[in-house]
Ligand binder design. Structure first.
Ligand code: NAP
Length: 479
């Protein structure tokens, strides 16, 4: 009789192999019996290592604190038992107490797991440890992993372990160890990198500070402008009380302006970079520092723009639901379609449709900027989404605002107190960016820019040859 597919194992399975005991791994020493020491011990024992924890007073350590495969002894015994690797899991201010172990630690790999307490310090803890123990091989590792993530190992928490050392053999040992514990080791080079590795856990969203500040300032500007025009001046000049607009209506008027200008700020540095390259006639000159900084923050600005646009959509929905309660949503505008007065219906539908499409396209751009999604795209696909679809989102957002404005800006009543509406102000930068992009797409500029980006340089920038003459352009004509 034929065996059914379901009964056939997918991989050959040998019962004897399944019952094989785990090999007894090498002995690892840990100095200190605190939180990190305990988590390390749990993870090491679970990965097949034997562990000897070195404490100043082993009798004080509760018996059930460490797992079965780990023994708690004196610091000396732990160091002597460790075959090669000893973790230093005490705070750096207590390193001096380990001076008596110098000879015992000679030739061993000392893993420094400490973090910095301040930013921009002079000497790292690992460098200090290397100075204290010149005959040991100091490796910086595991400090970016919390005790909690160490215990959970491969299941949760951050997976990357940044590793550096001046001894490549010892670094390799710790790299293998990190891999066996279920982490992803990242080789950060020599011990001089330890300062930045120690500071890594102290940083608070470093690339986000500039974009968040810019978005916040834009929000303050537009909110303040709307407040002045829509609430304060009507109150001061006509005594009208419109302060009820502050929590919802004005926030909803501010958010789209911020989203639009922030989206323009994503694409403006790319245009400026193109202008620099065109005017210099080479791509081999560095951009000014501020432009480099701005270019590196485009993804964050884009995500903040998406956040503002999404919030605007939610606010608008809540506001229209509030307005519709008590009234029918299909109001006079729709009833006018039959009588031919359908302009306002066109306006409202085009405005909403462009807004919804713009938000949809922006959502795609935002999703593909996440590393896990972006990594699945090749370079051409990534550029198509980030640049092509990004500009589509910008265009749709501009048309969304233009349909909202309709013919209103052509009437004097749109400028109370001689102040233009905020949405007109918010259109200036996006329109400049869009016109700039269209100009760069003109064949004479696009062709020259493409040449420059493939390495062509104008005669004044080409390096001189041995005779002091400019090298002829190799790939392209000078047109
Ligand atoms: P902890 O819980 O306070 O443990 C530190 C251990 O150091 C103590 O258990 C103690 O062990 C020993 N110790 C305390 N005072 C001492 C002294 N005066 N002289 C000598 N040894 C002393 O600290 P921890 O959270 O495990 O952190 C240890 C190291 O790991 C720190 O450098 C920290 O920056 C780093 N780290 C911690 C985490 C985390 O999530 N906890 C994450 C990354 C890095 P005995 O009493 O047994 O000697």
């Amino acid at each position: 009789m034929m065996q059914s597919d379901m009964e056939t194992p997918l991989t050959p399975f040998s019962a004897s192999k399944a019952l094989e005991p785990l090999p007894i791994g090498p002995v690892i020493g840990i100095i200190g019996s605190g939180d990190l020491s305990r988590s390390l011990a749990i993870r090491l024992v679970a990965s097949g290592f034997r562990v000897v924890v070195g404490s100043r007073d082993p009798d004080r350590v509760p018996r059930d604190l460490f797992p079965d495969g780990a023994e708690v002894r004196s610091q000396r015994e732990a160091v002597d038992s460790a075959e090669r690797v000893v973790f230093v899991a005490v705070y750096p201010e207590h390193y001096y107490t380990l001076a008596g172990l110098r000879e015992r630690l000679a030739g061993k790999v000392l893993v420094d797991v400490s973090n910095a307490t301040t930013l921009n310090g002079e000497q790292s803890n690992a460098e200090r440890l290397a100075e204290m123990f010149p005959e040991s091989r100091v490796v910086k590792a595991f400090n970016v992993i919390s005790a909690w993530a160490l215990q959970n190992g491969a299941y949760d928490g951050s997976k990357q372990v940044l590793i550096c050392s001046n001894c490549s053999v010892s670094k390799d040992t710790v790299v293998q160890l990190a891999r066996r514990l279920g982490f992803s080791p990242v080789d950060m080079g020599a011990l001089c990198s330890s300062r930045s590795i120690e500071e890594a856990p102290l940083l608070l969203f470093p690339p986000w500070s500039g974009p968040v500040l810019a978005t916040f300032l834009l929000f303050l500007f537009f909110y303040g402008y709307n407040f002045l025009k829509g609430v304060l001046l009507p109150y001061l000049v006509h005594g009208e009380n419109k302060f009820f607009k502050l929590p919802m209506i004005m926030v909803n008027e501010t958010l789209p302006a911020v989203a639009l200008v922030t989206l323009a700020l994503v694409y403006l540095p790319g245009l400026l970079a193109a202008v620099f390259q065109l005017s210099r006639g080479t791509k081999y000159q560095r951009f000014p520092g501020w432009l480099d900084f701005w270019m590196c923050r485009r993804k964050h600005l884009g995500l903040l723009s998406f956040l503002c646009a999404a919030l605007h959509a939610v606010y608008s929905m809540c506001l229209s639901l509030r307005r519709s309660s008590g009234k029918s949503l299909l109001t006079a505008d729709y009833q006018q379609v039959g009588s031919g007065a359908s302009e306002m219906v066109w306006r409202a539908d085009l405005y909403l449709s462009c807004g919804i499409l713009g938000l949809g396209v922006l959502t795609l751009v935002a999703i593909t900027s996440l590393p896990s999604v972006g990594n699945t795209l090749n370079w051409r696909e990534f550029t198509f989404v980030q640049s092509g679809l990004g500009y589509t989102a910008l265009t749709l957002s501009i048309t969304h605002t233009l349909f909202f404005a309709w013919d209103f800006p052509f009437f004097a009543k749109a400028y109370p107190y001689y102040l233009p509406p905020a949405y007109l102000l918010s259109l200036i930068l996006p329109c400049v960016v869009l016109v700039g992009r269209i100009l760069l797409a003109l064949p004479c500029l696009a062709f020259r820019l493409a040449k420059i980006r493939r390495g062509w340089e104008s005669a004044r920038h080409r390096p001189a040859n041995a005779q002091g003459q400019a090298e002829p352009s190799q790939n392209f004509s000078d047109c």
